[in-house]
Design a protein around this ligand. Structure first.
Ligand code: ADP
Ligand code: MG
Length: 274
């Protein structure tokens, strides 16, 4: 029970418990029977889902299965063919897009990037960068960041919004597996500290699964959903991803649980740097 153990020990236990929101709290985002049609046909067909405060929900699915479209639909950025999306009034969203919409050759520093579109003071910027493990990068041109640094900067930018929910579209694309695992742990820590919900998309599901409270397996419609364990055993999931993923998942779980309790009551875990 990694999550329970973590909740009862270590630095995060100082914070108010944010674990599972009771079913009665109003959803942050709800999709009711939503469909999205592009020229070639339905990209999404009859999707219903609910995201509640504090939960980490991961959408997995093959390339072209509609994951990014689902995110955009939930953000209100693509027209719906049918159904509806209900966002809690005043909901603050921190969005990390799949692709950075700026020219990588632009001489834009990290500090300036974090001050767009809204000016942030230097302390706010450096606080956010420190939180995401990217301290001191303010003056670095965006184009000269490593993949792992860029993801952390993008996350810092999303956190500046003080989000109720973080939405990340394939945030670990291009990172190696330890780099991705380290990034997902950071996401979990942010959730534990701030209580924000997290909705993320991944097609490299091996690493992401056990960081999630709930996994939604998408292939234009919802094939199956539930706990990472449930989904990884589901025939619909195995039909899409094969049998091989169980082993990778078990490996990751082992790495994830591998932490040492030191005398100071804080538990330490191995951190792979990216
Ligand atoms: P994923 O993120 O799971 O890879 P996408 O949501 O990006 O999938 O795309 C789902 C399907 O819709 C794909 O077949 C893709 O080519 C198509 N598609 C995505 N965006 C558009 C668009 N703006 N116009 C037309 N077709 C699109
Ligand atoms: Mg996508």
């Amino acid at each position: 029970m990694p999550r329970l153990r973590r909740g009862m020990s270590g630095a995060v236990a100082r914070q108010a418990p944010v674990a599972r929101a009771p079913a009665e709290t109003p959803p942050l985002i709800e999709a009711r029977d939503l469909s999205v049609r592009y020229a070639h046909g339905l990209a999404l067909d009859g999707i219903s889902l609910t995201i509640r405060g504090g939960e980490i929900v991961t959408v997995v699915g093959p390339n072209g299965s509609g994951k990014s479209t689902l995110i955009k639909a939930l953000l209100g950025a693509v027209p719906l063919a049918s159904g509806q999306v209900i966002r809690r009034p005043g909901l603050r969203i921190g969005y990390v897009p799949q692709r950075l919409g700026i020219d990588a050759t632009m001489p834009l520093t990290v500090g300036r990037f974090l001050s767009l579109p809204r000016r942030r003071d230097a302390a706010e910027v450096s606080g956010a960068l420190t939180r995401t493990g990217a301290a001191g990068l303010e003056d670095r041109p965006i184009a000269r960041l490593s993949g792992g640094q860029l993801q952390r900067v993008l996350l810092a930018r999303a956190l500046l919004a003080g989000p109720d929910i973080l939405i990340l579209d394939e945030p670990t694309q291009g990172l190696d597996q330890p780099g991705a695992a380290s990034f997902y742990r950071l996401i979990e820590e942010v959730r534990d500290e701030t209580g924000c919900a997290v909705l993320m998309v991944s097609h490299d599901l091996h690493v992401v699964m056990s960081a999630s409270d709930r996994v939604i397996c998408l292939n234009h419609h919802i094939c199956c959903q539930g706990s990472p364990n449930h989904v990884s055993e589901a025939p619909e999931y195995r039909a899409l991803f094969g049998e091989g993923t169980g082993g990778a998942l078990a490996l990751y779980r082992h790495a994830h649980d591998h932490r040492h309790d030191s005398g100071d009551g804080h538990d330490h875990h191995h951190n792979h740097e990216t």
